[in-house]
Each structure stands twice: as structure tokens, then as C-alpha cells.
Design a protein around this ligand. Structure first.
Ligand code: THG
Length: 369
């Protein structure tokens, strides 16, 4: 597969940190929420090894916020998700599938509750803002909806706590997973959550002031020398091993939340009102005929730019691989695939065509580790 460069424009938005990550050697971008999102620095494998040992600073500004505020904001946010938010608390982050009227997935944001009447939906790659505005207009809700100038810096890796404690004080070590609080550094207040799109530990700083963010970026490198800090980004290998799902890659608007294994975030028994609730009850009753699972393939390389079909010995369709990468840990290609029900059992071997050669693989549970 040939790779082409992407031409920047106003439409393809840069971030307040773009100059800095380019100085730190970013070597590839993807486009996410109409914005530049880095995908490699040294190489995906070298970045992966470093992420698992040290600490990295990520420009994840492309995880945009949809701010919903006003008297009916809680009603609108609940209408969009099948996760019951009736007991949600200020200062907490909620991973929550967004669902449409057909019971299909629209996005999988982290919903941050800033106040009873102010929410930030930290979205994956789809235009949630228009969905929210359409629902608000149709329901005549008293809400304000906009995209604030928030540009997240993620600090990820096993040494994240040490680095962050050096800047923000020891108290930050006590911040619980999926909680957020404001912490001060050199006169600026920063909204910091313990979260991030890796399983190596870390924080996300939701920066509301560009200058304060750029200053923080530089200080994190200055203070981080002793922890071997580097610029990094969400890592394909690490996130597949950890089964952190990606909207648009692993699942999309043709899939329902049961098929994407979101069962623990689907609350059908409470009396909260959300789109697609009756559809989801029906699906729950009938069960699904396919779901996302892991796959391991006996090969050392794969390029993914569309789904790849998996076949059994009789050329029946086993399923489709949606994301995959070579894992140095498993010494195999690992992937996330939509697998048809008859093949959920891990005993089944499948065939896959990679660059006109056939390789063998097996189905497994997620996460890999
Ligand atoms: N951070 C922030 N915004 C985001 C992402 C993020 N927006 C886009 C994208 N990532 C949204 N998708 C996810 C997917 C997984 C997780 C977070 C956002 C995640 N999942 C944990 C897991 O699956 O183990 C925890 C889920 C839980 O148990 O609550 O962290 O990364 N700001």
C-alpha cells in the first residue's frame, strides 16, 4: 500500500501543540474530528516499547468536546446514551455509548459532568454536535450546545504519576480513575482527569487556554527528563492489546452496542428515557448474531485500510477484521474483528488473505492482556 501526505488546510484543523509535536518529530498523522491527530513518532513499535516503560506527552486535541449546558442539559445528554446517568456526580467521567433511534451506535464519548447543568462530551470521530443540536431543536430543549476551545494533553505511561506529582504536587496521585479535579501549576488552573486512551496509566489535561497549554507542554518536557519523557500519541499496538475500541474503525453506526460488547454500559431496567431503548430491549431479548472479538494471526505484518474477510475451510464467512497490528508481545498479528456467532468458540481456525497470501488465525476473547 502506498502512503500519501495529507495537505493541511483550515478545514483540517491544527492544534495549539502542532508546532511543538512537529519539533518533537511526529512522523504521521490521521484525521479525527476534522483535526490532526498524530499516529507515530519514531515508529509504531518503538513508540509502543517506550509507552510501556516510561511516560509520554500526547496531543489529543482531536478528542473534541461538545459542551451541553442549560436547564434541559441533563435530559438531552441522557436522551443520547443508554448508560443510566441519573445518579451521576459532578467531578466524574462516564464512558458512555451514544445511540440513535434505530438502537445503533453514534459515538462512544467520555461524558464529563462539570455541573448539574453543564456537560462535556469528549467525543470520538463523528459529528455529535449536529446530532445533539437536532435533538435539542426537535424537543424544544432549553440548552446551549457548542464546541469550546479545549485541547487535551494526555500524559500516559507507568511514570505518569511521578511526572505529574513533580509539577502538581503529591495530591494528584490520589486522583481516582475517571475522576477529574482542578490542579494549579505556576498560577494556572488545569482541569485534570485520570483517564486516557492507553492501559499504561495516566492523566488527561483538558486545557482551556492555549498559552497555558503550550507552557504546560514545555514544562512537562523540562521536568520529565529524569523520567525519559517523550512526545507520543495513541498507539495502535497498545490500544488493540488493551481492547480500547475506536469508533469508525472497530464499530460504527451499522452496529448496535451489544455487538460492540458495551453490555455493562447498557441500562435497560431503569426508567430513564433515551433513544433506541425499545430497540435495545428487543435485541437483548433475541440476542446478537455477531460480536467484536479478538483474533490472532500467524504472520508478522498487516496494513489495514478496509475490513478484511475471514473464511473457514469451506469458505463460509467467519467475520471481518476491522483493526489489526503486529504485536511484539504476542509475536503475531492481533486484531479486533466482528465475528459471526457460529465461530465464537476459540477452537475455530480461519483463513485470511494478506497481500495475496493465505495465513491462518484463531478467535479469542478481549482484551488480549
Ligand atoms: N479520552 C478522552 N476523550 C476521548 C477518548 C479518550 N474521546 C474519544 C475516544 N477516546 C473515546 N473512546 C474511548 C474508549 C475507551 C475509553 C475511553 C474513551 C476508556 N475505556 C476504559 C476501558 O475500556 O477499560 C474504561 C472504561 C470504563 O470502565 O469506564 O478509557 O481516551 N478525553
Amino acid at each position: 500500500m502506498k502512503n500519501f501526505s495529507i495537505i493541511k488546510s483550515r478545514r483540517l484543523r491544527s492544534t495549539p501543540y502542532t508546532d511543538r509535536i512537529e519539533a518533537h518529530g511526529v512522523s504521521g498523522y490521521t484525521v479525527y474530528n476534522h483535526m490532526l491527530l498524530p499516529v507515530t513518532f519514531k515508529s509504531v513499535e518503538a513508540d509502543y516499547e517506550h509507552l510501556k516503560k516510561f511516560v509520554q506527552i500526547w496531543d489529543v486535541s482531536a478528542e473534541r468536546q461538545v459542551e451541553i449546558s442549560g436547564k434541559d442539559s441533563a435530559k438531552l445528554v441522557q436522551l443520547m446514551t443508554c448508560r443510566d446517568l441519573s445518579k451521576s456526580k459532578v467531578g466524574r467521567c462516564y464512558y458512555a455509548p451514544l445511540i440513535d433511534d434505530d438502537g445503533c451506535l453514534v459515538n462512544d464519548p467520555i461524558i464529563n459532568k462539570l455541573a448539574d447543568d453543564k456537560w462535556w462530551l469528549s467525543i470520538a470521530d463523528a459529528d455529535v454536535i449536529f446530532f445533539a443540536k437536532g435533538l435539542a431543536a426537535g424537543h424544544k430543549f432549553d440548552v446551549k450546545i457548542h464546541e469550546p476551545n479545549v485541547n487535551i494533553l494526555a500524559i500516559q505511561g507507568p511514570l505518569s504519576d511521578d511526572l505529574m506529582a513533580k509539577l502538581f504536587g503529591e495530591e494528584i496521585r490520589n486522583l481516582k480513575f475517571f475522576n477529574f479535579k482542578y490542579f494549579n501549576f505556576k498560577g494556572n488552573n488545569y482541569f485534570i482527569a485520570r483517564s486516557g486512551w492507553s492501559k499504561q496509566g495516566g492523566f488527561e489535561v483538558y486545557v482551556e487556554d492555549n498559552k497555558a497549554g503550550q507552557d504546560l507542554y514545555d514544562y512537562l518536557f523540562e521536568y520529565g527528563k529524569e523520567f525519559n519523557v517523550r512526545a507520543g500519541c495513541p498507539n495502535l499496538i497498545e490500544r488493540i492489546e488493551s481492547a480500547l475500541l475506536s469508533y469508525g474503525s472497530d464499530f460504527d453506526n451499522r452496529d448496535n452496542p451489544f455487538e460492540a460488547n458495551f453490555d455493562k454500559f447498557i441500562n435497560l431496567d431503569s426508567d430513564v428515557n433515551f433513544l433506541g431503548k425499545e430497540k435495545l430491549k428487543k435485541i437483548q431479548k433475541e440476542g446478537v448474531s455477531r460480536k467484536l472479538m479478538g483474533v490472532k494471526i500467524d504472520h508478522n505484518k498487516i496494513d489495514m485500510y478496509c475490513e478484511k474477510t475471514l473464511l473457514d475451510d469451506n469458505n463460509n464467512i467467519v467475520g471481518y477484521v476491522r483493526s489489526a497490528a503486529y504485536s511484539p508481545t504476542f509475536k503475531k498479528v492481533i486484531g479486533i474483528a466482528m465475528i459471526n456467532k457460529p465461530y465464537w468458540d476459540s477452537k475455530h481456525q480461519f483463513k485470511i488473505d494478506i497481500n495475496d497470501k493465505i495465513f491462518l488465525g484463531t478467535v479469542c476473547d478481549l482484551p488480549f492482556i
